[in-house]
Write a protein that binds this ligand. Structure first.
Ligand SMILES: [Zn+2]
Length: 97
């Protein structure tokens, strides 16, 4: 099991990521969907369907240790941060994307 955003996930859990963070771009947005899925992205809202991939959550936490420092993010909530910032801000998932 791995803990991300205050919740325990199976180490085999797959998560939805944008292609940028998959290649190492800083993670600036992590949302926790109502169905329990985590979505991890660079925060760019102009991304098309082709930009999204499934990736192992464990591999993503290894690539992006900042994910292990997320505060608790309950279902329907998301955490964002500015470029280079370490503090995550947790809000309800916005409907504008
Ligand atoms: Zn991206």
């Amino acid at each position: 099991m791995i803990e991300v955003a205050g919740f325990q996930f199976d180490s085999q859990t797959m998560t939805v990521v944008c292609g940028h963070v998959e290649k190492g771009t800083e993670v600036l947005l992590s949302s926790h969907e109502f169905d329990g899925d985590l979505v991890i992205s660079c925060g760019d809202e102009g991304q098309g369907m082709e930009d999204w991939h499934l990736a192992g959550l464990l591999r993503m936490t290894e690539l992006h240790p900042a994910l292990t420092k997320l505060p608790e993010v309950g279902p329907g909530r998301e955490a964002t941060r500015g470029v280079g910032q370490t503090n995550w801000i947790v809000t309800d998932i916005s409907n504008d994307n």
